[in-house]
Write a protein that binds this ligand. Sequence first.
Ligand code: SF4
Length: 430
Amino acid sequence: MLDKLGLARPGQQMGQRWPIGCVALEITQRCNLDCTLCYLSENSEAVKDIPLDVVLARVDRIYRSYGKNTDVQVTGGEPTLRKSDELLAIVRRIHALGMRATLMTNGICATRALLEELVAAGLSDVAFHVDTTQQRRGYETEAELDTLRQRYLDRAAGLPLSVMFNTTVHDGNFDQIPSVVAFFRSRAGQVRTASFQLQADIGRGVRRRRGPGITPDTAAVQIEQGAGTSIQFAASLIGHPSCSRYSMCLAANGNLYDAFDNLHFVSTMQKATAAVVFDRTRPLATAGRLALWLGRHPILWPRVISWLLRKGWEMRKDLVASRGHVRTLSFVIHNFMDGRRLEEDRIAACAFKVVTDDGPVSMCLHNARRDTFILRPIRLHRTTLPLFWDPVRGVETTEFIEPARTDVDASQRGRQKSRSRNKAPQPANV
Ligand code: SF4
């Protein structure tokens, strides 16, 4: 598909390093926050958690579709609201199939004890979502939320986990993005990836379409301001260039240096190392594996040595000050589409999918038509009899349920959220 769209270019990761960027596995539609840019639907709270065996069957489906080393986002709603023994079973299945599980959480229920259990079950990454769309009481600005970001970092400290932070970039915090990046810069190594999602007109959130000032380019400038360096976001592609931007910096002594400033070197090395498995939870082992691999590819030595010398010279003062300690900090900009303005070629080249009963679907498409997916009865393949899971009543039934259901009665919606509930700051349940 990328070929047909003219996107199979040097530097393209999709189809070269991995078949898909990641696949979201929604294990609940419930959430304990009510963000102003929530991609869930008004009906999400009416939907009961799908049975565990259905979730596990979807994990198997991801494996059949994309294979080992696929990144699976365990998400929702808020996945930590699922019974912990079921959450553990889900992570165990993902790990057992040789895929990488990431817990996508707002952190409220992601206690140290739970993270330890999840790591023992095979969790690779945790992605904390912290920003001002969440309206947490007592945190008016992004800078004030640094206290919370630090608290979550402390909860994951010392665990073999790669930590990511997700930040929504919206009209209300665009000017504060440099300060968010400055926090991540000061914690480079503890934080491996900082992902920025641009405001989109989707879901039940009270905030809608973003202003003209927020684009992937302007977001990149805000990130560079906080990083204190220019960053090349065109060297490494993740699917469609209008969808995502990705780059990586080297960090030493609190300063960042762009590792991707040579496009040709990045695309050459990315292609050459396509079969090398990068284990984010074990950076030293991965560095060792890469060195061994490089030892077997002398043809690349001149280019690698010249890159190392150039970076080493650029970073010389900070390398001395940090006694040679270098970490990495990656940046992702994700440009979700508005629900009513989906672009066909981007959907076709989508690198971020959601697994459904029909298989993986583009995340933008899924969010735009969420109710048709979450309210649909699920065929249970436990018996030869036609048996269904009714997601609204939360029961198994042989009774026929209208498959095209796109709405539920307000009384079935449970707690009102977002637009259907007048906004007041969230209770401080951090
Ligand atoms: S189609 Fe949407 S979800 Fe898929 S990669 Fe593009 S912006 Fe992301």
